[in-house]
Design a protein around this ligand. Structure first.
Ligand SMILES: Cc1ncc(COP(=O)(O)O)c(C=O)c1O
Length: 408
């Protein structure tokens, strides 16, 4: 059964002739501080770039292809779906399917949300009060950082670029204050692809337990970790105050369904998260819940396909980087959804990203877009999406562009 009926899709619909952007004196689509620079950059460039190496969501699939994976029961649900309000926590059968992905969880330990980011924002709001302090490991998806800093005092602990983007637990321990209530992490991490080995995760949990801290992990890139054996277990499986957040937006290739979830062993906390979520929306879209259930039941098939595409694209990227050693440092694939090579060119990664968008209509993301208000981070990397069929042609364009630049 073919899933890839939309193989020609590149994911970036440009419409300006020649892919040339109008110059912006503020810089490459960088928005004023306090806003969400990544979204501003995408808005700024998406309309005039025709080739996408920015997206971190896996190649999506058409509705018809997803429905072909449905069980008879889900097909019946789909045919008879009613469009009224649904259960605010999410449909019981979908919560049960999500709970089954974790060790010893039941459906009432899971709350569904409209995408991953809604889950992160609701968890933080439910757990943090203005007097509290939180620690965030950075870089992290900026809306998550902004959610923390908008709620209480916060400290950032940067991953160490000189040690394979590893987490320095001593540094994290030093950031903990008497009022610290929560540690927010994103492992596997975007944009670096870093993850924690099991021993480091055990140490992190021991530290949180010693201080009575919640450990909230945005685990949305778990499905595309380069080595499933190496992928850290969900924090909710290992720690009574661990909260795992995940969803269908990345490795499943289904961001348009807007389905994410929170898995947490404390039902009182889940009730509080639901209270916060109720201020935003009363329930998920019923049709999305059915499609999400089909996807979760077909997880191996969907994420296997995403991983195969990502692996193929990483192979192509490796050859490209090998051909341009003066411009890029060799890069180990860490996550199959994206790569994060260091750019050595004299103009710097930010100017290079702008030039390649403007000159050949190719969208890549400079690491400055993950700039944190909590800690300094390197600005000489590019994040390159690896999950789409369109990455092959896009990498060929990048290769040709780099050849034209010549060795510098
Ligand atoms: C780490 C991380 N978390 C959350 C999100 C947002 O996910 P969703 O679209 O499901 O809200 C993204 C999107 O890029 C992300 O990279």
């Amino acid at each position: 059964m073919a899933l890839d009926t939309d193989a020609a899709m590149t994911g970036c619909a440009g419409d300006l002739p020649g892919g040339r952007a109008v110059d912006d004196p503020r810089g490459p689509g960088l928005a004023p501080s306090g806003s969400f620079p990544l979204a501003a950059y995408l808005t700024r460039w998406a309309a005039c770039t025709h080739h996408d190496l920015a997206a971190s969501d896996a190649q999506t699939l058409p509705l018809a292809a997803l429905l072909r994976l449905a069980s008879p029961e889900d097909l019946q649900r789909w045919r008879t779906v009613k469009l009224g309000y649904a259960d605010p926590r999410g449909a019981s059968w979908m919560r049960a399917a999500v709970a089954a992905r974790y060790a010893g969880l039941a459906q009432d330990d899971v709350l569904l949300s409209a995408g991953v980011q809604e889950a992160v924002a609701c968890v933080l709001r439910a757990l943090l009060a203005p007097d509290d302090h939180a620690v965030a490991v950075v870089p992290i998806y900026q809306p998550s950082e902004m959610a923390v800093t908008g709620l209480c005092a916060a400290s950032g602990v940067p991953l160490d670029p000189d040690r394979g983007w590893s987490l320095d637990l001593d540094r994290l321990a030093a950031a903990i204050r008497p009022k610290t209530r929560l540690v927010l992490v994103n492992f596997p991490n975007s944009p670096t692809g870093a993850t924690l080995d099991r021993a480091s995760l055990a140490d992190l949990i021991a530290l949180c337990r010693r201080h009575g801290l919640w450990l909230v992990n945005d685990e949305v890139y778990r499905q595309t970790d380069v080595d499933p054996e190496r992928a850290v277990p969900p924090v909710v499986d290992l720690y009574e105050r661990g909260i795992s957040i995940n969803g269908l937006s990345k490795g499943f290739g289904l961001p348009g369904l807007r389905v994410g979830w929170v898995a947490c062993r404390d039902r009182g906390v889940l009730d509080r998260i639901l209270d916060v979520k109720s201020l935003l929306s009363s329930c998920l879209a019923g049709p999305s819940e059915i499609l999400a259930h089909i996807a979760v039941r077909a997880e191996a098939r969907l994420t296997g396909r995403a991983r195969a595409i990502g692996r193929r694209n990483h192979g192509r990227l490796r050859s490209l980087l090998d051909r341009h050693p003066a411009l890029f440092e060799p890069d180990e694939p860490r996550n199959l959804a994206f790569a994060f090579p260091r750019f050595r060119g004299p103009a710097g990664a930010t100017a290079f990203a702008r030039a390649v968008a403007s000159d050949v209509g190719l969208l890549v993301l400079p690491s400055v877009l993950w700039r944190s208000s909590l800690a300094p981070l390197p600005e000489d990397h590019l994040r390159l999406g690896m999950g789409r069929h369109g990455c092959g042609p896009a990498l060929a364009i990048l290769d040709e562009y780099l050849h034209r630049l010549g060795p510098r």
